[in-house]
Write a protein that binds this ligand. Sequence first.
Ligand code: SF4
Ligand code: SF4
Length: 87
Amino acid sequence: MAKGTIVIDQERCKGCTLCTLFCPQHVIIMDETRLNGKGYHPALLSDAQGECTGCAVCAVICPDVCISVYREALPKRREVQEAIVHG
Ligand code: SF4
Ligand code: SF4
């Protein structure tokens, strides 16, 4: 499965929790230990096991466009073919 990660703009997050509810991997939590400049507990990636797939559901659902998604590039077809040929 593809590997991904996200960066959440902590200062723009309004603490609505939508990303935590919609992430299929359940790797986003609300940071109850701190408040951002707007006075909200911001969302936080909690992914010690590397389970984020980079699916981007969280970025799409976020009403304030706070989340940037990074996804591991898949190998190009030629690289896959060479790996098969050369082992
Ligand atoms: S990219 Fe997908 S798996 Fe990763 S945190 Fe967002 S919703 Fe969850
Ligand atoms: S959906 Fe966006 S605004 Fe809402 S908690 Fe997640 S990052 Fe913050």
